[in-house]
Design a protein around this ligand. Structure first.
Ligand code: DAH
Length: 346
């Protein structure tokens, strides 16, 4: 009997190593361990053994069963790994490589790079600034004094200052616009200057298809002797025409911004209908592009620049909306959701 058991083991081991698929392995299992399998038959014969031989044979049979179950499980694991036993150690260098999926730049970043490259080609310096700003730079120095109604326009997030850092610059806020960098940057520069400040800004907004609580702006500032409104208009028109690769018309409307005088809103002839009127421009033929104006003498003074000698213009571009127009996107929130179905379209 013990001899038969050893034979059984040799056969079973051989069958397990030569099973090359999970199905084959399953057949091996049924053949050796199944209810009517080889082991079951051997166990039946146990009963006919003389009393004194039974315990040893029974113990050996149990041992073999355990070994077999372990060997089957082990083999199943290696088959699941996809390498048949006969080739598991062979490296097939002709097997085609797996293509690695690779990512790309986010459409918003791509657009921002396009915008900065256009201004860069016009000689503008590109600078960045802090997203946590003080009320001094975000408001005061831009001629928006405390309690001035203009502060209400910006729905501000206030930030708790670290313990003991009650700064002379007032409360900390998440900057509501990139304009504070106008004054900050001028602390280390003297006219003539020409720079843009791209970056994130924050407002306490209820979000919808055209509003986000966090979005991108690009500020611009030019200061030199004899800068006039026509310089502002020419620069922005060239910018828009280069961006959209199309001749466009611009028009200006008076608008109030405390840090410029006069303040202007710039519209561009509708890209889709060339000014004839369509749903995209609400039949007006014009699209709102940005706020701008001639830098207020008080702000120039806050920059340490003499308004009697120098003048300048400033503008603030809403990057997200411009990007939506550029790519034909209809919901600003898509930019910040990391939804692959959206991102893979670019
Ligand atoms: N900072 C303004 C805003 O966020 C945008 C703006 C308007 C910037 C006029 C300017 C400007 O530089 O001249 O609404």
């Amino acid at each position: 009997m013990l001899e038969q058991l050893e034979q059984f083991k040799t056969q079973a081991d051989k069958a397990i190593t030569s099973a090359n698929t999970l199905q084959e392995l399953r057949d091996v299992e049924v053949h050796f361990l199944g209810r009517r399998g080889k082991l079951a038959l051997l166990l039946q014969q146990l009963r006919d053994l003389p009393q004194e031989e039974r315990p040893a044979a029974g113990a050996r049979a149990n041992e073999l069963k355990k070994d077999l179950i372990a060997a089957l499980a082990h083999r199943a694991e290696s088959l699941k790994g996809g390498t048949p036993a006969s080739t598991s150690h062979v490296l097939d260098i002709t097997w085609p490589g797996e293509r690695m999926p690779y990512g790309h730049i986010h459409p918003l970043t791509r657009f921002l790079r396009l915008v900065t490259s256009i201004f860069s080609s016009m000689g503008f310096e590109i600078i960045e600034g802090p997203e946590v700003e003080s009320t001094k730079y975000n408001f005061d120095l831009l001629n928006i004094p405390k309690d001035h109604p203009a502060r209400d326009v910006w729905d501000t997030f206030f930030v708790r200052s670290p313990e003991g850092v009650k700064s002379a610059e007032g409360d900390l806020v998440l900057r509501t616009h990139t304009s504070p960098m106008q004054v900050r940057a001028m602390e280390t520069r003297t006219p003539p200057v020409r720079f843009i400040v791209p970056g994130r800004v924050y407002r306490h907004e209820a979000t919808d298809a055209s509003h986000e609580a966090m979005f991108y702006q690009c500020e611009g500032l030019v200061i030199d002797r004899g800068i006039r409104v026509t310089d502002l208009l020419g620069t922005l028109k060239i910018f828009l025409q280069t961006l959209f690769e199309k001749k466009v018309k611009i028009r200006v409307r008076p608008e109030f911004y405390p840090f410029v005088e006069p303040g202007l809103d710039i519209d561009m002839s509708c890209l889709l209908c060339d000014g004839k009127g369509c749903p995209a421009c609400k039949q007006s033929g014009w699209m709102e592009m940005m706020g701008s104006g001639m830098v207020h003498p008080k702000v120039l003074t806050n920059m340490g620049v003499d308004p009697k000698v120098y003048s300048g213009f400033a503008f603030g571009l809403g990057i997200d909306r411009l990007m939506m127009l550029y790519f034909g996107i209809d919901d600003v929130r898509l930019s910040y959701q990391s939804d692959m179905r959206f991102l893979e379209q670019f």
